[in-house]
Design a protein around this ligand. Structure first.
Ligand code: NAG
Ligand code: NAG
Ligand code: NAG
Ligand code: NAG
Length: 329
């Protein structure tokens, strides 16, 4: 469990690991109409109120696959789901922060991501898998990872807006505000962003390895310097607008730990988070559970929670992490 203290005074994170079916990483903040175009970034803030002293939430990433050679009951995805149920029940978790790579291939012949709002993956590797007593009441605040871009990322947004808003994904970039604590005096701001356009140099993507990522980014005009500048400007404005918050969290798919923070435009994102005193940045992409603590030079705590159904390598730069091979949230 990780407790975060309020910004801008010292923020230390206390980490206790929890061994269950697998390892878990979760967080408690303690006292202390129309289908919008997905390119458009708005200044709308989605507001939530939690009548609770603490705001407990789960973070999961890179989850949508039963696991190689494993079935949906006993594979890593299902086991992580059981751990989530345990934690959500024990700590009365309020929602799930989904850091992207929502749908993988189910088999070698399958496709990445989803194709439409009616894709069978919605039921098979989302609704059915996380359908235990406590999990099925929680909203997933979602973003897209590269695997979601490989096919139809618009369909994921469309699903959220027209089929099931429990998969909360109204656009590629959005801001939420959560009030909680005594007399609802604590405010946490959540800035959900799409880091694909910062992480990838579209021109150098070899299409065959990245499936549709390149063509989709090109089709959406996300590859241009102008698009990149607009998104950075929107992020910066959102940070400026919310400096009164007790906590500011930014959520993007690609990590900002170690070497991962040095890729393409990622250093600019890192700099913005530091300048505006962001409490923490949550990511996935690398299939590990890792943490990098705030320092004097950087007030931001960095998390990677990308072990929802796969395990892999980290970013060389963590202060703490679960051993390689651990699944979890
Ligand atoms: C999932 O949990 C079951 C039962 O606890 C265990 O037998 C199985 O090996 C686990 N699967 C993975 C991939 O760890
Ligand atoms: C999805 O299914 C609904 C109900 O069967 C149907 O009306 C709709 O056209 C389908 N949409 C797509 C994109 O397949
Ligand atoms: C989820 O669980 C409920 C209650 O057991 C059940 O009615 C529903 O059909 C399940 N949904 C899915 C998609 O499996
Ligand atoms: C992708 O999804 C959108 C939104 O549901 C839909 O309108 C569009 O036809 C889909 N594209 C393809 C190529 O299937």
């Amino acid at each position: 469990m990780i407790h975060t203290s309020k910004r801008p005074t010292p923020r230390c994170f206390y980490i206790i690991t929890l061994s269950l079916f697998m390892s878990s990483l979760y967080i408690t903040l303690s006292f202390g109409g129309l289908l919008p175009s997905i390119f458009v970034t708005t200044s709308k803030v989605y507001e939530e109120i939690y009548d609770a002293d603490t705001l407990d939430f789960l973070i999961i990433g890179d989850w949508g696959n039963a696991g190689v050679g494993k079935d949906l009951k006993h594979g890593p995805q299902a086991n992580v789901s059981k751990a989530m149920e345990y934690v959500a029940n024990k700590h009365d978790s309020k929602f799930i922060v989904n850091v992207g790579d929502n749908f993988y291939k189910r088999s070698a012949k399958d496709y990445q991501g989803i194709l439409s709002v009616n894709d069978s993956k919605w039921e098979e590797i989302w609704l059915k898998v996380y359908n235990s007593t406590n999990l099925r009441r929680l909203t997933w605040y979602s973003i897209a990872g590269n695997h979601d871009w490989y096919t139809n990322v618009t369909a994921q947004i469309d699903y959220s807006l027209t089929v099931n808003s429990r998969f909360f994904f109204p656009s590629l970039f959005y801001v939420r505000s959560t009030l909680f604590g005594k007399d609802l005096k604590l405010k946490a701001i959540w800035i959900h962003i799409d880091t694909n356009i910062f992480y990838y140099d579209v021109d150098s993507i070899v299409e065959i390895k990245m499936e549709g990522l390149k063509s989709n980014l090109l089709n959406f005009g996300m590859h241009t310097q102008q698009a990149v500048e607009e998104k950075f400007k929107w992020i910066e404005q959102s940070l400026i607008d919310n400096q009164d918050a007790d906590y500011i969290f930014v959520i993007g798919h690609h990590p900002l730990i170690g070497i991962c923070s040095q890729v393409n435009h990622m250093p600019r994102l890192l700099e913005l988070l530091k300048v505006y005193y962001v409490s923490a940045y949550f990511s996935g992409h690398n299939h590990v559970l890792e943490y990098k603590a705030p320092t004097k030079a950087s007030p931001v705590a960095f998390f990677i929670s990308g072990a929802g159904c796969k395990t892999g390598f980290g970013c060389d730069g963590k202060d703490w992490g679960m051993p390689r091979g651990a699944y979890g949230l």
